[in-house]
Design a binder for this molecule. Structure first.
Ligand SMILES: [Zn+2]
Length: 470
């Protein structure tokens, strides 16, 4: 800023001025007093805390039961006008979701924009002939023009299936898979639409998941093609807290990828050199969610799983990862496979089928709170700092970090966080009030750093891990 003021100076004067400034105002060098660097407990934003109290297990139950009432929501099931009128098939489910979003929008003076993303999915595995797919979403536009370009998104898939992925006629209630995730997206829309945020929030429900992630793939590719700045995508799939004896209702699993799907050979080489295998943008999002779980009273704790998804399995967050976005998956702690992808029946005394009676609606409401708190926190925070670097020109045991203020101009301070290379979560933090560089008496050989932007109310952006700069 100061240099800009004197930009009419000739070059030599500018160099002298820079030398003077660096002498007069050396950037701060901090010592290694680890006790004073312990991670603070972050204050809850009272408005966000109040919004979370609005999340209703009863509404979630009503919505899941409504979704089940359409009989089947298989992507290949009926979507003609007659079936929609009769209330059976995926078309009827789609129209109801749209109407529900529109109702929430009416209650907030038209604050939501309801949109559909419709396309024809070509025939392929699990799609015997071309089929029309529709993703339904509601947009709560950010109130700050520059920050409104930043998007945070929640999604669930509203399609369902039974034992046969091609059975378009038989019942496929899909109460947990994924009526629960769809209900989370709807409830977040209802609750958060009563509030305003500088950044944009999208509440998405997709089709085609059970046939091969087709809906999310189309949506994420559209976002990428149109250059949408999605900072975080939260996928909720099977968050019903199935009432089996091994369920732990105190935790929800949060899956995040380690090595990014989109990393090039060159980027993987750098990740290998830096020991950055556990610092993808999706993993930083997962850590952010763990923080949210400590800050807000949601009734549940995020349990981070450092894996793309459950062992060899997949979900809609992967479509967002493949488009280069930070995305994680929420799933209940203990799944019951008798209640997933099964025709409704009783065999040898075992009840099969994905029915509402196995869903714990209180549990779903707790998961919805973690989601709502995360969406609200990211949307209320400044954008993450830009051009974040760790200086490596000289071999030294100090660590100098430099960055640029985030676009959108809402950062009033920064926070450096770090952890031992063997630790899963951030362990230390240092508040930086002024400037955009800092030197810490800590060796970059031994820790992993990240920087986040902070606003005047204490909202923190997603953290950014520095890249080396010579
Ligand atoms: Zn699913």
């Amino acid at each position: 800023m100061i240099l800009k003021k004197f930009s009419h100076f000739d070059c030599a004067a500018a160099v002298m001025l820079a030398a003077f400034l660096s002498f007069a105002m050396p950037h701060t060098v901090y010592g290694q007093e680890s006790t004073s660097d312990s991670l603070p407990s972050y204050p809850a934003d009272p408005e966000i805390a109040a919004a979370l109290k609005d999340v209703s297990a009863k509404r979630i139950q009503d919505n899941i039961e409504k979704l089940v009432s359409f009989g089947t929501r298989l992507t290949l099931s009926a979507q003609d006008a007659q079936s929609i009128a009769a209330g059976r098939g995926i078309g009827a489910a789609r129209e109801w979701i749209k109407a529900e979003f529109e109702r929430y929008s009416k209650d907030c003076g038209g604050c939501l924009e309801i949109k559909t993303d419709t396309f024809t999915q070509a025939a392929g595995e699990r799609v015997p002939q071309p089929v029309q797919l529709t993703n339904v979403y509601a947009v709560l536009k950010g109130t700050d023009p520059e920050n409104a370009k930043r998007i945070v998104l929640v999604t669930g898939h509203y399609d369902s299936r039974n034992s046969d992925t091609l059975d378009a006629k038989g019942d496929a209630p899909g109460a947990n898979d994924d009526g629960s995730g769809t209900a989370v997206s709807l409830e977040c829309a209802r609750v958060l639409s009563k509030h305003k945020f500088p950044a944009t929030i999208i509440f998405l429900t997709v089709a085609g998941e059970e046939q091969g992630l087709y809906g999310s793939k189309h949506f994420a590719e559209m976002a990428k093609t149109q250059g949408w700045n999605i900072e975080a995508a939260l996928n909720n799939d099977i968050v019903g807290g199935d009432r089996n004896p091994d369920q732990d209702t105190n935790v929800v699993r949060v899956f995040s990828e380690g090595l990014p799907q989109v990393a090039t050979e060159q980027q993987i080489k750098l990740i290998r050199g830096l020991g950055g295998e556990s610092d993808s943008i999706s993993r930083e999002l997962a850590r952010y969610i763990a923080d949210i779980g400590r800050t807000y009273d949601t009734g549940i704790k995020p349990m981070l799983v450092f894996r793309l998804d459950r062992y060899l399995r997949g979900g809609d967050h992967i479509s967002f990862n493949q488009a280069g976005y930070a995305a994680v998956r929420f799933t209940e702690y203990h799944e019951d496979f008798h209640h997933q992808h099964q025709n409704i029946r009783t065999e040898n005394g075992i009840e099969y089928g994905d029915l509402p009676k196995f869903v714990n609606f209180d549990y779903v409401s707790h998961v919805a709170r973690v989601n709502a708190a995360t969406l609200a926190s990211v949307a209320a925070a400044p954008a993450p700092p830009a051009n974040v670097h760790l200086q490596t020109k000289d071999l030294t045991n100090d660590s100098t970090l430099t960055w640029d203020p985030p676009p959108g101009g809402r950062a009033t301070a920064y926070e450096i966080v770090w952890r031992a290379t063997t630790s899963p979560e951030w362990e230390h933090a240092r508040h930086v009030d002024k400037g955009t560089s800092v030197t810490l008496k800590l060796s970059k050989d031994n820790v992993i750093f990240a920087i986040r932007a902070v606003d005047d109310k204490g909202h923190r952006s997603l953290p950014v891990v520095p890249t080396p700069q010579r």
